[in-house]
Design a binder for this molecule. Structure first.
Ligand SMILES: CC(C)(COP(=O)(O)OP(=O)(O)OC[C@H]1O[C@@H](n2cnc3c(N)ncnc32)[C@H](O)[C@@H]1OP(=O)(O)O)[C@@H](O)C(=O)NCCC(=O)NCCS
Length: 174
């Protein structure tokens, strides 16, 4: 079992973070998106999971807004754990830490487009009030999920507005 430390990433972690992605996503090239998100000067929380000195997991949480409202929401993604370290609770620990972090920043809700079988374990439920910034395939409707990061209030409703690195319709449909 890994002993894991979760912390915000430092500029010096970028090489190790980017090296995780082809290992965790062999059929998807996410490094340009991850690099663009890491280059954002604010509004992005980048968390790494460390086993000793080794970066074995990474998660990004991006500040977003809701069209026509003042609500602050966030988008989780990508999330990855090195295949040699998967099934040790690292993914869930990164999600937990990110939710806590975003809650402290005044974020109401965290959305994700991902497998409900996985994210449901961390409290995510299908999201129907916030719509995705770009259309997603019909069969992915249940993959669009959210979890509250703060008080459970009658929260935001409307279309999610994302910063530049997420403004590519292909990221939402392929
Ligand atoms: C998904 C991922 C981040 C999980 O990381 P992890 O550290 O292994 O996850 P955890 O240890 O917190 O949870 C593991 C559990 O989730 C399950 N799980 C993993 N992916 C799952 C999925 N897509 N659907 C349902 N369950 C899933 C595992 O089978 C395991 O179950 P078990 O504890 O009953 O054995 C990791 O497998 C990964 O990087 N995968 C490739 C990239 C990816 O798909 N990222 C998510 C993009 S939406």
């Amino acid at each position: 079992m890994d002993v894991i430390e979760i912390r915000e990433s430092l500029p010096g972690d970028q090489g190790a973070v980017l090296a995780l992605y082809p290992r965790a996503f062999p059929e998807e090239e996410l490094r340009p998106t991850v690099t663009a998100l890491l280059d954002e000067t604010d509004g992005v929380i980048s968390l790494v999971a460390l086993s000793g000195d080794l970066v074995v997991g990474h998660a990004l949480f991006t500040d977003c807004s809701v069209e026509g409202s003042d609500w602050r929401i966030a988008l989780l993604g990508p999330l990855c754990v090195d295949p040699d370290h998967q099934r040790n609770g690292i993914g869930q620990a990164l999600i937990r830490e990110g939710i806590a972090c975003m809650g402290m920043r005044g974020t109401a809700l965290i959305c994700v487009l991902g497998d409900p079988g996985y994210y449901g374990r961390s409290g995510f439920l299908p999201e129907r009030r916030i719509s995705t910034p770009y259309p997603i395939p019909e069969e992915w409707q249940d993959a669009w999920q959210s979890v509250s990061a703060g008080e459970d209030v009658d929260g935001p409703k409307g279309r999610m507005i994302v910063p530049a690195p997420w403004r590519d319709p292909k990221l939402w449909s392929e």
